[in-house]
Unconditional design. Sequence first.
Length: 146
Amino acid sequence: MGNWVNWLVVIAGIICVIIELSLGAFTGFDMALVGGALAVGGAAGLLAGSATIGLLSAGALAFVYLAIFRRWLKGKLTVKDHASNVDAVIGKTGVVLKKIAPHEAGQVKVGDEVWRAELAGAQDSARDTGTEVKVESVEGVTLKVR
């Protein structure tokens, strides 16, 4: 074996990185990082002039990534899904600031925000000032409450 093995390892690593980038991080950067390990290992083999060193270092780097750093990296890259903006209001309770009647909008304070509010059901009875209500849904900038 000669340096051609190291060149193959470097090229395989670069191809893995290119595929990962063209897929838009489809594999969660695993392919890119394993490709990087192959490229660095192959480069180490080229510097040392030994295919054995290239293959061993590429394998060791890929193993270290997969065995140790992969779980940590996945935890850092995972996006936690939580409600924000309007979605965060649904299900919360608020206090009526301005009377809400059927076919007549009022105002509700939810947290620190004041919202325009309407009754969620057409048969719901009016809600007077100071009454607690629950947000059922949001339509535009209007809360639908019960």
